[in-house]
Design a protein around this ligand. Sequence first.
Ligand code: PMV
Length: 333
Amino acid sequence: MKLRVSAPSNIALIKYMGKTDTQANRPANRSLSWTLGALRTTVEIEADANLTMDVWEPLDGMGPRLELSEKGKQKFLKHVERVRQVTGVKGFFHIRSANNFPSDCGIASSASSFAALTMAVIQISEKLDAKYRAPSLSEQAALSRQGSGSSCRSFFAPWSLWDQEGARGLELPVAKLIHQVVVLNAAKKEVSSSEAHQRCTTSLLFQGRVVRAEQRLESLIKAFREGSWRMAMEITWAEFWDMHALFETSQPAFGYFHPDSFRVLAKVRDFWQAHEDGPLATMDAGANVHLLWRVDQKVAAEQFGNQLAEFARVLMTDEQENLREMPVKERGL
Ligand code: PMV
């Protein structure tokens, strides 16, 4: 018995940072994300009666070969056990996974990986046990959240809201966007997001953080409902800086910026100044800069992406969810 499932990644505009329950991944504040339908993890799961434990290996033929650290593998396999406990199915699995986006470029893949893994164990349990019924999407998301918090938002699209009750889809007037991620690898080793969630609470700026995030969430939803793109940009801009300021003022301080992250952000600011319009910009716990453009800005998005491709890799997903890498020019300009 073998099956394959895939799940998308997501990028938060209002960030999940800080937990009220570290074990169960309960968030300090609500978060809102855009689902990255074209950036996906595929998981193949195979039941094998000869196995005495679960085994993970990279899935071939689905894009770049994935490498997981020992810690990453253990976290992944622990989640298999967690979901199996819930479905009650017996036996062990070969788990193979791959991302369709470059795995060496620091795009957070834990959201898509854990969402796909949760779905895979649930779906194979349905096949192996005729009496087992898959739970609702919200329940699947809640289970996935225990493996990786932000993965619970990947069960809904295009917008996903995660609050104390769990994750769910949110209807907003903007249902299609163009996404670009400017890939900038930080030279120094990243602090894991689990550690970031803990360390950020040592920052003096953490006082008031939950209130600020909640206020921004309300204002951002209002901005989208009222069609105020500039307001949406100002909120998402302040929000990612807030999160990165927490990191840089933690004890000990840490950070994810690459010098070119500043360069890209400055270009975004200049673009807005010159055109009185532009993309929403945000950054995760990494050096990459994510840009979201309205569909009517497609020409500008292409031109801007081409400029950025002069010094960085740019992956672009259009409104039809076609993913491509923008042509790489001579670097180092
Ligand atoms: O899901 P985790 O524990 O890897 O947390 C990731 C949190 C951020 O990506 C930094 C922000 C977010 O809301 O996705």
